[in-house]
Ligand binder design. Structure first.
Ligand code: NAI
Ligand code: MG
Length: 363
């Protein structure tokens, strides 16, 4: 089957790191290993410069039609003063909203060659391979009421509201359990049922989904605060962590820093499975931004972008074996000592974006 990809390189280092994914796709096509049909669109500052929008309706339509969207990064000082509705980030938010991407997957993987770059001891981090599944479209970031009221006595009151419905917890739970089935068969659900009603419901629904649909997967419950502590102390005890929007935001950033550079971290955002086509909408992007400080110089580390494409192979196209090979190639290149500037040690020579991409492809 032919897989349809929409590439949205964006701004800054986005096009540079996307170039290395394109190199990989072209090679996969040429060698007959896979068949990808790629189209390229504009997002962020690039779309603003061309059409005065953050993403055009034409490119939105292409995104909806694609089997997966591969996204680079958006933003930069050039667009700091553009109107709020068409600022670069608006393009990414629009994609997340219109594709209804409710599940955000952030792996934290420690490549052995980089274990000493972590803030943790080598034995705590070497071989780490966990995924945080964060609910992305509900919870306290979107719940109503969301207000600041003047109380009139020199005091103001701020209100944010955490709202979760059963179906929202069920669907994010299913993503986590499905993922666990392809991994070590274990899910840890994190909430704060001791102080939050949403935590009580989260716990109850996860337990039901588990009992009803995934009895063969191990489910553990952990309070989110002590879960954070355990994540920093001995992260290898986890495999798949599933949690709400707010806790997931914090826990995934913490997990990211266990493994080193921003230039290494991929992510996937998944939508609902379409009943007819059995496919789900998905967007794959590196965690980092457009890095204006190093853009245009060939210095960017392409690994986060390449690994994001690896996640697309795994989660959108069921090519897990190929994704494994890609991960192994990245590990081997790092083990050989080749490093971009962000991950190299002092006194050694840095590889360029292109050299890193070519080495991974060769491997
Ligand atoms: P950033 O992630 O772009 O950069 C932070 C630091 O990490 C910089 O020193 C940068 O050089 C370095 N870095 C990032 N990716 C790297 C890579 N692949 N290789 C080597 N070094 C790398 O975050 P920052 O500086 O806060 O934001 C810059 C711009 O990017 C802003 O306009 C921001 O709004 C936007 N941004 C966009 C995101 C997205 O498109 N999803 C996410 C985060 C920020
Ligand atoms: Mg965050």
């Amino acid at each position: 089957a032919t897989h349809k990809l929409l590439l949205l390189p964006g701004d800054g280092i986005g096009p540079e790191v996307m170039g290395e994914v394109k190199r990989l796709i072209d090679w996969l096509n040429a060698s007959g290993i896979a068949k990808f049909e790629t189209d390229t669109g504009l997002v962020g500052g690039a779309a603003f410069d061309a059409h005065k929008v953050s993403i055009s309706e034409g490119d939105m339509a292409k995104a909806k039609d694609a089997d997966a969207v591969i996204f680079g990064a958006v933003g930069g000082p050039k667009w700091d003063a553009v109107p709020y509705e068409v600022r670069p980030e608006a393009g990414l938010l629009r994609l997340r909203k219109d594709l209804a991407l409710f599940a955000n997957l952030r792996p934290a993987v420690c490549y052995p060659a980089l274990a000493d770059a972590s803030s943790l001891k080598r034995e705590a981090i070497e071989g780490l391979d966990i995924v945080i599944v964060r609910e992305l479209t509900g919870g306290v970031y979107f719940g109503e009421p969301k207000t600041i009221t003047d109380l009139g006595n020199g005091q103001k009151r701020a209100i944010d509201t955490q709202v979760y419905d059963t179906y929202e917890i069920e669907r994010i739970g299913r993503v986590a359990f499905e993922l666990a089935k392809k991994r070590k068969n274990k899910v840890t659900s994190m909430e704060k049922r001791n102080v939050m009603k949403s935590g009580v419901l989260w716990n109850e629904v996860m337990t039901q989904v588990h009992k009803r649909e995934y009895p063969d997967v191990t489910l553990e419950h952990q309070l989110a605060d002590s879960g954070g502590m355990m994540l920093v102390k001995w992260p290898k005890q986890f495999d798949v962590i599933v949690t709400d929007n707010l806790f997931g935001d914090m826990l995934s950033d913490i997990a990211a820093m266990l493994t080193g550079s921003l230039g290494m971290l991929p992510s996937a955002s998944l939508g609902e499975v379409d009943v007819k086509s059995k496919k789900r909408k998905a967007l794959y992007e590196p965690v980092h931004g457009s890095a204006p400080d190093i853009a245009g110089q060939g210095l960017a580390n392409p690994i986060a972008m390449i690994s994001s494409f690896g996640m697309a192979l795994r989660y959108s196209f069921d090519m897990g074996a190929l994704a494994d090979k890609l991960d192994q190639a990245i590990a081997a290149v790092l083990a050989s000592g080749l490093r971009t500037a962000d991950i190299k040690s002092e006194g050694t020579k840095a590889a360029s974006t292109t050299q890193m991409g070519e080495a991974i492809l060769k491997e």
